[in-house]
Design a protein around this ligand. Sequence first.
Ligand code: MG
Ligand code: ZN
Length: 221
Amino acid sequence: MREEERVALIIDFDGTAATTNVGMSLIEAFAKDDSWRVIDDDYERGKVGSKRAFELLAEVLGGTPEEWAGFIETGHTLDPDLSTLVECATSKGWSVEILSDGLDFYIHRMLERENISLPVRAATLSHNGVRAIIEMSYSDVDCGRCSTCKKSRVEELLAGGYRTIFIGDGLSDRCGAPSADRIFAKDKLAEHLREHGIGFEHFETLSDVTQALFGAEDKGD
Ligand SMILES: [Mg+2]
Ligand SMILES: [Zn+2]
């Protein structure tokens, strides 16, 4: 009998597990003024990492936890194939997790809404009665740029003997995706990997990923 392979499936949240960028929408909806646009622009241009961006954005983010919760109930949905992908992977004994440079608050809520239970690594959004607080437990000193450093997590899994499969779409995935054994990418992440000559498989929805990972396996050989 061949030794069972340990596989970790790492799924980005905003724009990947969720069909929209919920974090960005939340900030846009509750920002006290327009300064978030400058912060976001600096992040897009690579002038600041997400860690610094979140430190600044926490000061700009208005609203209360009740208002945030109400906001994400409207117009933000998960990819309809997330549950199938998770079921297929867990039935094979794979480790599956959400690894996000966003905020845990809406990730937990949106997963619970669809009865999907997954470990989540993301920054923590809370409110101290006066203002929003963002705690970044998964930042990494060596990287220094990411609020949740995906590279350090991928490397941790590799060191634990896992074959890593990474699914992502955006700027926050640039740090971690290249370290993974197999990459599914779209949008800005796909552009970045293409520019740097890093191989990946393109996807549009999680249905494509499910098909690529599990689609042909029942045909027998
Ligand atoms: Mg994303
Ligand atoms: Zn990083």
